[in-house]
Design a binder for this molecule. Sequence first.
Ligand code: SAM
Ligand code: SF4
Length: 342
Amino acid sequence: MSPYDASPVQAPAPLVDGFGRKVSYLRLSVTDRCDLRCVYCMAEHMVFLPKAELLTLEELDRVATAFVGLGTRKLRITGGEPLVRKGVMDLIRSLGRHLASGALEEITLTTNGTRLAEFAGQLAEAGVKRINVSLDSLKPDLFKRLTRGGDVAKVLAGIEAAQAAGLRVKVNAVALAHDNAAEIPELIGWAHRSGLDITLIETMPMGEIEADRTDQYLSLETVRRELESFWTLTDLPLSTGGPARYVRVEETGGRLGFITPMSHNFCEACNRVRLTCTGTLHTCLGQEDATDLRAVLRAGASDAELVEVVRNGVLAKPKGHDFRIARAEGPSVSRHMSTTGG
Ligand code: SAM
Ligand code: SF4
């Protein structure tokens, strides 16, 4: 066979930023709305976006598919609360075609769990294998206060339904100096007894909220030292290209992660970008950089034009975040986590 006979279809060049980091992970926010109002995430009276500002399910599918075409291997659906978006299962089922073709390695979901009991089976059927459920306290009163009205029993039922449907569940808990600090060992013990991994997250200064977040900031280095006074924590080599560092708690046999954006920089290996529910591409959670893909889509761009804009957006990914917790400075990033997609 002469070299000219072999004309393989050229795979598109992978998405790479200006620092040579390959972008293979997209977080897709499908709504800014939520049925809870966690104190560190949202203001009590949030003004949500008019529907016309949100990407339609078809637009979300089109952008995600463009990323898959450029080598995105992992897709995380988030929000706001993704399970309150009408038609979200249609979107997830549709994106499942990229799992079937092998183009995509996994579709995951971050949820507050309130509607999981209803959706767990459908998620599993759509090809979702694992999900993250956010849960900061097992105490009904504290959970209700932290979420401004939530019912922890619903979340626990949701987690059980997810496990029964065969989904692997990881719990994410935000460490809050005044609220759940004392409960953290109990949360970890409960998670590990229940067959769940758990990851602790430091509060990040995102979006204007009423509470003074600096008062709630709790360094996970402090938490780790405290845990090490009664448990043996063994570092695990596991890296997801994300900000989490993992240990095994020898006494429980379970896995524990730490997400420490404030006390450690994790940007060198960052492989991810985020698309807001309004179609803005943010290549860094902690910077104001933005590319408006909705304008491109609604101007009737071709797939090739969309890809070009995505490539240029990714090329401009900042080297690292710039979170500051200093009281006087206010939020480092003005948009809420619920808009960007956590
Ligand atoms: N509603 C879903 C949930 O709660 O899992 C998905 C979206 S929520 C914005 C994603 C994650 O971001 C949650 O685990 C939440 O605890 C976390 N989060 C929200 N605001 C945060 C903040 N200011 N600092 C740190 N984590 C935050
Ligand atoms: Fe809603 Fe999740 Fe934000 Fe809580 S953290 S208010 S559940 S979006």
